[in-house]
Structure formats: structure tokens, C-alpha cells
Design a protein. Structure first.
Length: 323
């Protein structure tokens, strides 16, 4: 019997398969140059990832309820789940205001330059800051297991190490097309930071990442991602993992932290939210995700996410659902 041909670009690595379609839905970057010890507040923005990459000087990142984290040159810091936080040149610095409300120079639709301190004084801190939204339920699942602050030393990763000086050059020597180049370099830096964190978490034994790496559970993660609208049952999920129903249910729950069918529901809602933000109708989303009616999907969506499908669509039209 003939077997299906595997194309060269198709991966058998379940974690790679789960993250293959990662795309940014929106991003805004700010190149910040500061002299003095003032602090800038980054507001809470749900369903986003904030980040800071220090070029020169030393910064301190503060999230409520946690000790300040020192960021030295080359350090890349992620703040997941839209958590509000503060960034400053010294711990407990005087708050100067919210980053999005301070005067800054726009050099493109999604890139600005913020200069803090007396005019003519060389900055003692330079860093790239930004906020990103991902068009991917895989990343949503990954962000849920991140701690409030994640730091990565870019000096350990050649691509990230090379990108920061290139971005600095674009800021120091403006040239035609500089905003487009700066934005693309910043995009790459964000992706490299996420990749570096994944590589560093090889020993993770629980959560979504651990399941995606598992030879048996990873097949289930990838299968649900590929076809969230299938009529999944505990039996069909166990069959995908090539395990008995009981063994699969116990192991999946222990590793992921939720029961298999709970995971399926959560994944469907992540996918559904992304479709709604892109402008798909509630009916189209309900049909794509295997629900028999808009009402059934809407009830499930509100129960799992705490939002209504209509409010998500309205936020997208009003600009609040995208960056």
C-alpha cells in the first residue's frame, strides 16, 4: 500500500509544528534614551507581550509584588500577559509618566524615539522597548506558563547579539527607509528572544511546552492545533497519543495541568479570539470550530474567556483589540 509522501519542509518535531505558524498581529517599538534616574510606566495591555532590550547602561524592571530585576547591556527581558510594569535607570526612581503618554518622535507608524532628561546631555541608558501581540494560539499557550519577568542574555545567542548593534546604527544614523529597517530588526529580536527562552527551557517538566515536546502528548497538541474544529473526544485524543484512555487522561492532566477536553476548549477559544480580531463573523468562527450554532459557541467563549464574541469584534473595529 502506498504511503503519504512527507514533503521536505514538513517537520516531525511536534514543538516546531506547534510554533511553525507564529505570526505577529501587531507590534509597537520605542527606542528610548534616558539620562537621570526617572522611571517610566508601561500600562497593562491584555493579550500582549512587552519586552525591553538594553543597549548601553543599566535598567531596572519592576513588576508589582516582585523585586526589581537588573538589566545589563545585552539583556533581553520579556513581560508576558500584558502585565503592567515600570522601567528605570535605578530602583524606585521617580515616576515620569506612562510610556504611551510621554512626548516622543514618531519615525514610522509603529516605531518611535523617546528621549528623557535634559537636552544636550548624553544618555546613560539606551534600550529598545516594545509591545507585541501574536496571531497564534500556540504563543498564547506559551505565554501562560512564563513567569512575570523572563530575562535572556543575548550575548549567548549569535543572531540576537548581531541584531542589536544593527538596530543602534539605524537609530544613530537615520537613512531613507530607516523606520522599515528598524521595525524588521526589532521583529527579529523579539522572535530570537522567544526562541532563546524555549531553548533554555529544555528541562521543563510541566505545562504546555513540556507536553509539546513529549513524543506522545506532542502528537495530541499538534493534532488539536491543526484541526481544532474536529469533534474531539477523550477517546480520539488518546488514540492520537497511542495510549489507553485512562493512561492518557492521567498523564495529560499531570503534565499540562488541565484535563484533555478542557485543553481542547481553551485552544478553540484562543483560535476563535484570533479569528474574531481578524474580523470573522461569529457564525463563521462557530462553524470553523465545530459548534452547531452561534449561541453554543458564544456561551462556551464567554464561559472560558470571560468575554463575549461581540465585545472582541467591537474592540478590533475600534482599534483596542490590535496594536
Amino acid at each position: 500500500m502506498a504511503t503519504a509522501m512527507t514533503m521536505p519542509w514538513e517537520t516531525t518535531d511536534e514543538l516546531t509544528a506547534a510554533l511553525f505558524h507564529v505570526r505577529m498581529r501587531g507590534a509597537f517599538y520605542c527606542w528610548t534614551e534616558s539620562s537621570g534616574g526617572g522611571a517610566v510606566e508601561m500600562p497593562r495591555i491584555d493579550h500582549t507581550l512587552s519586552f525591553h532590550i538594553v543597549d548601553t547602561g543599566t535598567a531596572y524592571l519592576e513588576v508589582d509584588g516582585a523585586d526589581p530585576v537588573r538589566l545589563d547591556p545585552g539583556t533581553l527581558a520579556l513581560v508576558p500577559r500584558g502585565l503592567g510594569h515600570r522601567i528605570s535607570a535605578r530602583p524606585g526612581g521617580a515616576l515620569l509618566g506612562r510610556a504611551d503618554q510621554l512626548p516622543q518622535t514618531m519615525i514610522g507608524d509603529s516605531f518611535s524615539v523617546l528621549r528623557i532628561g535634559p537636552a544636550g546631555v548624553d544618555p546613560d541608558l539606551r534600550l529598545l522597548c516594545g509591545v507585541v501581540a501574536f496571531d497564534s494560539p500556540a504563543v498564547e499557550g506559551m505565554l501562560e506558563v512564563l513567569p512575570p519577568i523572563v530575562t535572556v542574555d543575548s550575548l549567548e545567542y549569535p543572531v540576537a547579539r548581531a541584531l542589536l548593534p544593527l538596530l543602534r546604527d539605524e537609530m544613530d544614523t537615520p537613512r531613507p527607509g530607516g523606520s522599515a529597517v528598524a521595525t524588521r530588526l526589532a521583529d527579529l529580536l523579539v522572535v530570537e528572544t522567544v526562541r532563546a527562552w524555549i531553548a533554555r527551557e529544555e528541562a521543563t517538566t510541566s505545562g504546555w511546552l513540556a507536553a509539546a515536546r513529549d513524543p506522545q502528548l506532542g502528537r495530541v497538541i499538534a493534532a488539536v492545533q491543526r484541526a481544532p474544529g474536529l469533534a474531539w473526544s477523550l477517546g480520539s485524543l488518546a488514540a492520537a497519543a497511542r495510549m489507553s484512555r485512562t493512561s492518557f487522561a492521567v498523564r495529560f492532566t499531570a503534565v499540562v495541568g488541565v484535563a484533555p477536553m478542557t485543553f481542547v476548549g481553551q485552544w478553540r477559544m484562543r483560535v476563535g479570539r484570533g479569528m474574531l480580531l481578524r474580523g470573522d463573523t461569529v457564525g463563521a468562527v462557530a462553524s470553523a470550530l465545530g459548534y452547531g450554532s452561534e449561541a453554543a459557541f458564544s456561551r462556551a467563549f464567554q464561559r472560558i474567556t470571560g468575554e463575549t464574541p461581540g465585545s472582541v469584534r467591537r474592540s478590533a473595529r475600534g482599534g483596542a483589540g490590535a496594536l
